[in-house]
Design a protein around this ligand. Structure first.
Ligand code: GUN
Length: 314
């Protein structure tokens, strides 16, 4: 009997890269403490009771503990007004002990996001959402770089995936991921295409990409016919799957484990890329969970360390 070996994409392990980055940060934090008596400090602000946001903030605080960064968690109620949150941000700006300020998004709908983001001192803006930091990045003179895009670059570099001269395609044009990752890839001499909801013949466009970045927030949207055979596919999406038939379709060899997760806690996670399709067609792909999300947290640690150094002229 001839058994045909089926191709399966190599998994780009976010956990390993994140662990490396965090241990590099931990070493630098130790040096900063012993040589300058400085402990970097992050203030994380969580407004309301969005369950996913609470998990993300908890993971960020835990990462601070792992690398020796001090942290404060500020919890505000879901009815907080723009003015109330603004005064919290102003106090954190003025507090010289605080190096990094993170306001977890999304904010409750009564709060004007841009008023809050623009109030954060750009020197403490470890998420790099302030227009000053976004503008410097767009000009090719990055200061702080948003954590998820910075993490994607680290993952590509640490896995020796060539960016220069590659065709890179970014699906999604958000302020947090799509636009900044496109800037970073361009700066590294990729030929960059940005796609969005009005792009014509999307699969034809994405199929030109050696590096395909999916950041649209739609479960398993990127199918096999969107992917160039052998491409590197980076999946930024985090979507809940509660339907067992859907999980069976998405996960192929992993289906049983995913279905057990749904039966146990009600859901499993899928990205914006159809994982079984990507396994068949891509050369390399990031998993969800265990991919880009872990890098986001690691890069927040790196940015907080950077803020602590820059604020002191180090
Ligand atoms: N919401 C989704 N991603 C992020 C992030 O990187 N930082 C913050 N503050 N909120 C987010």
């Amino acid at each position: 009997m001839i058994v045909k070996e089926t191709h399966r994409a190599e998994i780009l392990d976010g956990r390993a890269a994140a662990a490396e980055i965090k241990s590099e940060v931990a070493v630098e934090v130790t040096v900063l403490k012993s040589e300058y008596g400085v402990t970097p400090r992050l203030a994380a602000v969580l407004v309301g009771d969005d369950a996913a946001s609470a998990v993300y903030v908890r993971n960020k605080i835990r990462a601070c503990e792992e690398v020796g960064i001090a942290s404060d968690q500020l919890l505000l109620t879901a009815t907080t007004t723009t003015d109330e949150l603004l005064s919290v941000v102003v106090a954190l700006n003025q507090n010289d002990e605080v190096d990094g300020i993170l306001v977890q998004l999304p904010l409750p709908k009564q709060i004007d996001d841009s008023v809050i983001i623009e109030a954060i001192d750009p020197a403490k803006d470890v998420d790099a959402f302030h227009p000053t930091n976004a503008g410097l990045l767009a000009m090719g003179r990055p200061r702080f770089v948003p954590c998820t895009p910075a993490g994607i670059i680290e993952l590509l570099n640490r896995n020796k995936i060539e960016i220069a001269a590659a065709n890179a395609c970014v699906v999604g044009r958000s302020q947090i991921v799509g636009r900044p990752i496109a800037s970073l890839l361009l700066q590294r001499n990729a030929t960059v295409t940005i796609c969005h909801s009005q792009t014509r013949h999307l699969p034809h466009v994405t199929r030109q990409a050696d590096i395909l970045i999916a950041a649209i927030g739609r479960p398993a949207f990127i199918r096999g016919d969107f992917i160039k055979p052998g491409a590197t596919v980076i999946d930024v999406g985090v979507n809940k799957v509660t339907d067992i038939d859907r999980a069976r379709n998405y996960f192929a060899h992993e289906a049983e484990r995913r279905i057990q997760a749904i039966e146990k806690r009600g859901y499993t996670l899928v990205g914006d890329v159809h994982p079984a399709d990507a396994d068949r067609i891509a050369g390399k792909r990031t998993p969800v969970p265990g991919g880009v999300g872990l890098l986001t947290v690691a890069m927040l640690m790196k940015n907080t360390l950077q803020a602590a150094k820059w604020r002191r002229g180090l």
